[in-house]
Design a protein around this ligand. Structure first.
Ligand SMILES: [Zn+2]
Length: 173
């Protein structure tokens, strides 16, 4: 199985850092990049072929995944809303995307103490619409919520290991 990993937004935050925690300045692009590196390691260790690309050019991201012939496409992001909302959700568009999202979401909920916002159908997301692979977008946590930020800072490894298990669950289901 070939898994394409897309950490959200631009590497190093230029020109697009994604969401930023207003208190600490923690940037979504950096959390996503770190999560992407961890995920690449866990999937490689599980014998899965991976390719990763972080870019604010989503056309480039989709083309790279499609040209490579990815079976699975995982985009990694952090949510932001009003500082109060928190939790983890996995977004999908296709039938198999829904299955994959379900495996990932339930592994995450079993692994870390987060609010389960569920897996959700999303129609308007470029990376879900433009990729041929079975695609999901994981919103790891709300970067603008201080409890969720703590989760991202102290339990990212656990969270990402859960995503990797969700992918292998999908592979063997
Ligand atoms: Zn994002």
């Amino acid at each position: 199985m070939k898994v394409f990993i897309n950490p959200g937004h631009a590497p190093g935050g230029i020109p697009d850092p994604g969401a930023v925690n207003p208190v600490t300045g923690t940037r979504e692009c950096d959390i996503a990049a770190q999560a992407g590196r961890l995920l690449a390691n866990y999937l490689t260790a599980a014998g899965i072929e991976i390719k990763a690309l972080q870019s604010d050019d989503l056309g480039e991201v989709c083309a790279a995944s499609n040209e490579w012939g990815a079976d699975v496409f995982i985009s990694l992001h952090c949510n932001a809303f009003n500082g109060i909302a928190r939790g983890t959700e996995t977004l999908y568009k296709s039938f198999n995307g829904q299955r994959l999202a379900g495996f990932i979401q339930s592994q995450i909920i079993r692994s870390v103490n987060t609010v389960d916002r569920g897996s959700k159908l999303r129609d308007g997301l470029w990376v879900l619409n433009g990729t041929d692979a079975v695609a999901v977008l994981v919103e790891l946590a709300f970067i603008d919520n201080m409890e969720d930020l703590k989760l991202l800072k102290t339990q990212l490894d656990k969270l990402v290991r859960a995503i990797a298990r969700g992918i292998t669950d999908y592979q063997t289901a």
